[in-house]
Design a protein around this ligand. Structure first.
Ligand SMILES: Cc1cc2nc3c(=O)[nH]c(=O)nc-3n(C[C@H](O)[C@H](O)[C@H](O)COP(=O)(O)OP(=O)(O)OC[C@H]3O[C@@H](n4cnc5c(N)ncnc54)[C@H](O)[C@@H]3O)c2cc1C
Length: 394
């Protein structure tokens, strides 16, 4: 027989979406339980995003989990766009009235959130198996799972599907309810994490004849670098020296030197734009990557996940305070407005900065003209800047 549990909001997934939601609910006195199929160590070491929008930083700070981020995060007020071997700075501070971004790894955010949640008596069950969600068109939805060879049935008022792109919540919604919008890009990113001080104080996005390259960083001692590659590139064909050589070629600029160091991790990531609508079915609410994916060029995935659960927490707060369901009913619509603007921006940055198979010299000239325009027109630079630092939260 399964062991019965009861909570107000059952959360599937202890990524940024699930953990931020659980915190925001706790601050409102709303109970939640989080289940996660990976180990705590695995989620706390999983290297992913690293650029936090101003709004994400502000929210984490308001939630009381921002101390280490404030201490260790690197605040940047611009990025460089590099093409034809020359760099052009987009000055966020000047173009957005003082806003910037913070470089702080996603897995550090996850660590801070997990520590704070557990320290305040919150419950996160790691390494659960056989997760399934049920009865979400009733007023008493349930989550089934197995942990340490014991079955559990968690009954709740609502389920938050924060289980990422490969999770089980989205596929549990019956066929015909969701509409899917998708674009798969004909390239991927080969990314490395290297023990090398970053060769630039700010991120450098490069458009080169051989393809896109990005120089970013995680700390003053660790660089994160990427080159555009085939979507099914075999990483085994990329010894460290070849990766450094490719980065040097694409990032080359007069008088500039790439700092190298031991490569700690390397991998290939596919690129996809993906949205499902609506982000809710009955009492099951999808948030973060379970509902949408952006290509990483705009550095938006984590930020969008946080923006979703901010809206969701507000809707739960209103429901538990007054019994009213208006904000729950508009959850999907409110989130999707931001999701689509972020999709547009991420698609645009990706299209501007990558080489596409089958493109001709006209396309190449057009991309260079676009970069020239973006870096020489105040209106165009400002548009990039306000999207990059993050559009205002609804
Ligand atoms: C390899 C990679 C690199 C990335 N790099 C960048 C980047 O450079 N910049 C950027 O902006 N974004 C990047 N992203 C995107 C960004 O990391 C995500 O948008 C962000 O993690 C979304 O947070 P989330 O909480 O919605 O989903 P996730 O972080 O995916 O969290 C979902 C959680 O649910 C758990 N889960 C899954 N299935 C189940 C289940 N059945 N039961 C219980 N738990 C389950 C997962 O283990 C995971 O912990 C990257 C993503 C990947 C995959």
């Amino acid at each position: 027989m399964p062991i019965s549990q009861r909570t107000q909001v059952g959360i599937v997934g202890a990524g940024p979406a699930g953990l931020v939601l659980s915190h925001l609910l706790q601050l409102e006195g709303i109970e939640s339980l989080v289940i996660e199929n990976r180990s705590r160590q695995y989620v706390e070491e999983r290297v992913r995003a690293g650029v936090l929008e101003q709004g994400t930083v502000d929210l984490l700070t308001e939630m009381g989990v921002g101390q280490r981020m404030q201490r260790e995060g690197l605040v940047h007020y611009g990025i460089e766009l590099r093409f034809n071997g020359k760099g052009h700075r987009i000055d966020f501070k000047e173009l957005t009235g003082g806003k910037g971004i913070t470089i702080y790894s996603q897995h550090e955010v996850v660590k801070d959130l997990t520590n704070a949640r557990l320290a305040s008596g919150g419950q996160i069950f790691f390494e659960v198996e056989n997760v399934s969600v049920h009865d979400f068109t009733s007023s008493n939805p349930k989550i089934h799972y197995r942990k340490d060879s014991q079955d559990y049935e968690m009954s709740c008022d609502f389920i938050a599907g924060c289980d990422g792109f490969h999770g089980i919540c989205r596929p549990s919604i019956p066929e015909g309810i969701l509409t899917t919008y998708e674009r798969v890009y004909p390239f991927g990113w080969l990314g490395i994490l290297a023990e090398a001080p970053p060769s630039s104080d700010e991120l450098i996005y490069t458009y080169h004849e051989r393809g896109f390259a990005l120089l970013s960083m995680r700390t003053p001692h660790i660089s994160r670098l990427y080159v555009q590659c085939d979507p099914d590139e075999d990483i085994a064909l990329w010894p460290d020296e070849k990766i450094w050589q490719e980065l040097e070629t694409r990032l080359a600029s007069d008088g500039w030197k790439l700092t190298k160091g031991p490569i700690l991790q390397k991998g290939v990531t596919g690129m996809r734009s993906f949205v499902v609508e609506p982000m809710r079915y009955g009492r099951l609410f999808l948030a973060g990557d379970s509902a949408h994916i952006v290509p990483p060029t705009g550095a938006k995935g984590l930020n969008l996940a946080v923006a979703d659960v901010r809206v969701l927490a507000r809707a739960f707060k209103a429901f538990y305070a007054t019994g009213r369901t208006e904000l729950l009913n508009t959850y999907s619509e409110v989130c999707l407005r931001r999701v689509w603007k972020v999709q547009r921006f991420s698609w645009w940055m990706t299209s501007m900065l990558h080489r596409f198979p089958g493109e001709n010299p006209f396309d190449h000239r057009r991309q260079l003209a676009e970069l020239d325009y973006v870096t020489s027109s105040r209106a165009a630079s400002q548009s990039l800047a306000e999207n990059y630092v993050g559009l205002p939260m609804d």
